[in-house]
Design a protein around this ligand. Structure first.
Ligand code: HAM
Length: 408
């Protein structure tokens, strides 16, 4: 038997419905914040992610679905959405247009990770990217937007924020950190030795306990912030507080992708086990240049839809639609044609088979229909139809001329 690949999951209708409900909520909130939809390809040149997400990240280092296509191009299934959106912005010359563009997206991302609870190889993100806006008010808006989405979905989270500083702060911090790492070189893990050479701040993200013990004494990133980065970080906290959004400062929050500067944040849930980050994002003012564009500001976030679904559980399926059937084979044509007309306005399931009333009722119940409509010989003679509301249990015989009025 052929099954779905490891770490890739089907969404059967009940799950797909929940997915659609979550996306609908996300879209409503994002539109209120001035974001419009963007769609970019799932497949991109591998170099895009190497240059943006970064060679030191696990995503590029270990997790990419990378292959050569039939034309010999080195391509890769997108592991995240930001890089593709920024590429699209640059390709549309928005980096030269001096405009602010706000876009949201949702869809599949692919990372060849070890599958476990909350960690898939194909998963879905809803994300937003704001291009061309350097004000920390936008960083705050992004965080308020995520917070509003979680409020509407009734999900409790903890928000962690940090500032990675601007280019000058980062340079001075990296120097201090590398000195510290050199002094502890014999005690840190092999991965951290590699990170020290590629992008030292990523050591702070190390999951090895003995490393974390050592990094308790490491220089703190927020002590190296330039005046501007410090002022922005303080302003961000002020806006969040003024808008009733609680947060914790986590100076070790560096995120798993290399493109961030200044604001970095994550929303954590304690309801889904070890893979607890439900959303993450931050500012990426240098990314456009890395990708060959003219220096432009960028800030955004993405949330993991499956992790949100895990918290919400499967939605209770509400009764919906019409189940239309006949008791006699001779009347199947009639209900089929009636159903085809009704389908212009209502969701209708037509039974192609004549059956006994009880069998039809059972079927309609299994399909979670709301309205049950059935014709037998008597109804046909009188131009009527038998109607039952399966929710309220109200039942009656109605004239066909009154049917649409009854369905509302
Ligand atoms: P990220 O933190 O790598 O950021 O991913 C965002 C969210 O996607 C995570 O918080 C998590 O909920 C979900 N996620 C990540 N990996 C998996 C997985 N293997 N299985 C299930 N869910 C997963 C980004 O992707 C950045 N592009 C976010 C961003 C946008 N930053 C700025 N703009």
């Amino acid at each position: 038997m052929i099954t779905a690949l490891r770490g890739m999951k089907d969404m059967l209708p009940a799950r797909a419905k929940l997915y659609a409900q979550i996306i609908k909520t996300c879209e409503e909130v994002a539109k209120n914040y001035g974001y419009e939809q963007i769609l970019t390809p799932h497949l991109e040149e591998t170099a895009l992610f190497k240059r943006s997400v970064g060679e030191s990240s696990d995503i590029v280092g270990k997790e990419m679905y990378q292959f050569e296509d039939k034309g010999g191009n080195d391509v890769c299934l997108r592991p995240e959405g930001t890089a593709g959106v920024v590429r699209a912005f640059i390709e549309a010359k928005l980096d030269r247009a001096n405009v602010t563009k706000r876009c949201f997206y949702h869809g599949s991302m692919f990372r060849y990770e070890r599958p476990q609870k909350g960690r898939l190889r194909e998963f879905h993100q809803f994300g937003c990217e704001c291009f061309g806006e350097g004000s920390v008010y936008e960083d705050a808006s992004i965080i308020l937007m995520v917070s509003e989405i979680f409020n509407r979905l009734n999900i409790k989270t903890t928000l962690k924020i940090n500032s990675l500083g601007d280019e000058s702060s980062m340079k001075s911090y990296k120097e201090k950190l590398v000195k510290f790492l050199d002094e502890n070189d014999d005690r840190i893990c092999e991965d951290c030795k590699r990170r020290k050479l590629l992008n030292p701040i990523r050591v702070l993200d190390c999951k090895v306990e003995s490393c974390q013990e050592i990094y308790k004494n490491a220089p703190v990133i927020t002590d190296s912030l330039s005046d501007e980065a410090q002022a922005d970080f303080e302003k961000l906290q002020e806006i969040l507080t003024a808008n009733g959004v609680k947060f914790e400062i986590d100076t070790k929050l560096v995120r798993g992708l290399d493109y961030y500067c200044k604001t970095a944040f994550e929303f954590i849930s304690n309801e889904i086990g070890s893979q607890s980050a439900v959303a993450g994002g931050g500012r990426y003012d240098r990314l456009v240049e890395y990708l060959g564009g003219r220096a432009s500001y960028g800030v955004g976030f993405a949330m993991g839809v499956e992790r949100i679904m895990e918290i919400l559980g499967e939605a209770e399926d509400e009764r919906d639609g019409v189940y239309l059937c006949a008791l006699d084979a001779a009347n199947v044509d009639f209900i089929y044609n009636l159903g085809s007309k009704l389908r212009k306005k209502y969701p209708v399931e037509i039974s192609y088979e004549a059956k006994k009333l009880q069998k039809h009722l059972q079927n309609a119940d299994n399909k979670n229909a709301k309205i049950f409509l059935c014709v037998g010989e008597n109804e046909m003679k009188e131009n009527k139809i038998w109607y039952k509301n399966l929710e309220t249990k109200d039942e009656k015989t109605i004239h066909l001329d009154d049917l649409e009025k009854e369905l509302g």
